[in-house]
Write a protein that binds this ligand. Structure first.
Ligand code: KIV
Length: 265
């Protein structure tokens, strides 16, 4: 592994036209594998709520949950640039509270930046965070923490007015000091336009090829989820492999063929 990446690395990658590869991570074992695979950066996503914790959405995830999983990821990937998601309501109850929570996410997990699901109302907060020395990755488009107000998960920016608002928001967030931006479930043409308009790199999920990088949820990519979102590609079928391994173990214990002399002392 080369020199540890910083916020400057990702700007340079954009300038050089080198695609950025981000992956979610929630534990030490898979984080170590991602580091070995030379993934550029890991996101300790609040998707931990749905992928690992059995929740229906990300709303129940707390700062404590993020810190718990973030620490594991840092132990598994000591050399990687880590992004820690700020969970639901951890940055909506006043700027001081938000900055304290962001500080905890950085200090206690060893992450390199925080990520905030962003709207126009979070722009001044992001400016304050950056001013305080907290690197921020913004996140626009589909905002999973708003699932209860939006009434479900939908593509963002299909209508002309919404597309114009997203472009303005992207510029405002860049101006506030965000060093990069996730675009989630945004039409490919609009993502390309936003990516070309910004100096900071965009990282897409369900946002087409025109982004400066891509992020995928680890369990989607590994075939471990209960359903496959349209924007995901399964590079392995681990869910099936693990279930078959568990079933083989069960069968061998039941029929007395495990353990054998080889596994005995
Ligand atoms: O929590 C997460 O996994 C995310 C990605 C979908 C970008 O925010």
């Amino acid at each position: 592994m080369g020199k540890k990446k910083t916020v400057r690395t990702f700007r340079k990658m954009k300038r050089d036209g080198e695609k950025i590869v981000m992956l979610t991570a929630y534990d030490a074992i898979t984080a170590a594998m991602a580091q070995a695979a030379e993934i550029d950066l890991l996101l300790i996503g609040d998707s931990v709520g749905t992928t690992m914790m059995g929740y229906a959405d990300t709303v129940p995830v707390t700062v404590e949950d993020m810190i718990h999983h973030g620490k594991m990821v840092r132990r598994g990937a000591p050399d990687m640039f880590l992004v820690c998601d700020m969970p639901f309501l951890s940055y909506h109850c006043g700027d001081d509270d938000a900055i304290r929570n962001a500080g905890r996410c950085l200090r206690e997990t060893g992450s390199d930046c925080v990520k905030l699901e962003s709207s126009e109302s979070t722009v001044p907060l992001i400016r304050r965070m950056v001013d305080a020395g907290i690197p921020v990755m913004a996140h626009i488009g589909l905002l999973p923490q708003h699932v209860k107000t939006s009434g479900g998960y939908r593509i963002a920016g299909r209508e002309e007015e919404e597309a114009a608002a997203l472009k303005k928001l992207a510029l405002d967030l860049q101006d506030a000091g965000a060093f990069s931006m996730v675009l989630e479930c945004v039409p490919a043409a609009l993502s390309k336009e936003i990516s070309e308009m910004l100096e900071i790199p965009t990282i897409g999920i369900g946002a087409g090829i025109g982004c400066d990088g891509q992020v995928q949820v680890m369990t989607d990519l590994l075939g471990m989820g209960t359903f496959v979102p349209k924007h995901a590609k399964q590079y392995a079928q681990l869910g099936k492999i693990i279930t078959e391994a568990f079933a083989s173990y069960r069968a061998e214990v039941k029929d007395g063929s495990f353990p054998t002399a080889e596994q005995s002392f």
